[in-house]
Write a protein that binds this ligand. Sequence first.
Ligand SMILES: Cc1ncc(COP(=O)(O)O)c(C=O)c1O
Length: 360
Amino acid sequence: MNDIDPYKPGKPIEEVKRERGLKDVIKLASNENPMQPSKRVIEAIVEAAKDINRYPDGGCFYLRKALSKHLSVKESNLIFGNGSDELILLALHAFVDPGDEVVVADPTFLIYHIASMVKGAKLRTVPLKNYKYNMDGMLKAITDRTKVVFIANPDNPTGSYVTKEEMGSFIDEVPPDVLVFIDEAYYEFARGGDYPETINLIKRKDRNIIIARTFSKVYSLAGLRVGYGIASEDIALVLNKVREPFNVNSLAQVAALAALNDKEYMEKSVALVNKEKEKFYELFTSLSLKYVPSRTNFVLVDTERDSVKISEYLLSRGIIVREMSAWRLKGFVRVTIGTPEENQKFFKVFTEAVKDTAKN
Ligand SMILES: Cc1ncc(COP(=O)(O)O)c(C=O)c1O
């Protein structure tokens, strides 16, 4: 365990306020939705709060019913988790023994890496190509010992995505005994065009596939921790066996149900992100900085400067972004799209930071 670095989340707002003596702090570091959750969500939580003396429904009965209808899959194709993070752990628990291999991209969402190491798995990492998953490379990295392949689609921290065609060829070629974990945490932001609609893949009898999604991002429930997996009945059953019986708390269940029923809120969140994202692109272009076009609610930008200095400059003025050294992306920061007001503040301070910091 000594060689495992714990996951370092974005700094909490309160911590920065305390440490820096600042009154106004904005967090653009953890790819959260900057909007408060839907009113319907708050009402559902308040209503359900009086029942928290009871254990939650371990099977997520109502949420399961609603989601199965929403996705047109069977209830038995669904598995719920304490955030979609937990599904990553469950998949590794169920399918990986110490010494088995797991294929991941590099860089990508760090939890795949950390959780695989905790499980004693051997990691085979495939470098991104031009900030994108190299799907041929991922295929080539699979050996007889490979049990799981993780695909973040879209990817975090780049925001890039695997196209329908690339995913189709990968799934056709992947060995049938390997579990393909398709992480679609940003699905609602990404869908459309040549982004793959993967749900029908779970019907393939000759492939092992799980698709993970979350209520943390577009639905604004990051603090409650609820995500879900869509898989064949067999895979869902196996994952159900290894989960803790009350892994999704009762407030998370009612909140997720209410969020799912508020389509208007979800569409508003996506529209806000798409509109604001254009402004980030414009700013980076005006500063002659390269960024990765993103299908998510964040953008990865190459500051071409010392990114530790840039993020420190931002932090000293109350803006938390993600500095990317931990991903070995030197000079890069990842910034989450906030409210229009937060973004305006970021644009002003980031411009100053770039102008005040020497180019590499
Ligand atoms: C690619 C990816 N997968 C999973 C997650 C975890 O989401 P959750 O809050 O559902 O655990 C994140 C969160 O940032 C993510 O970026």
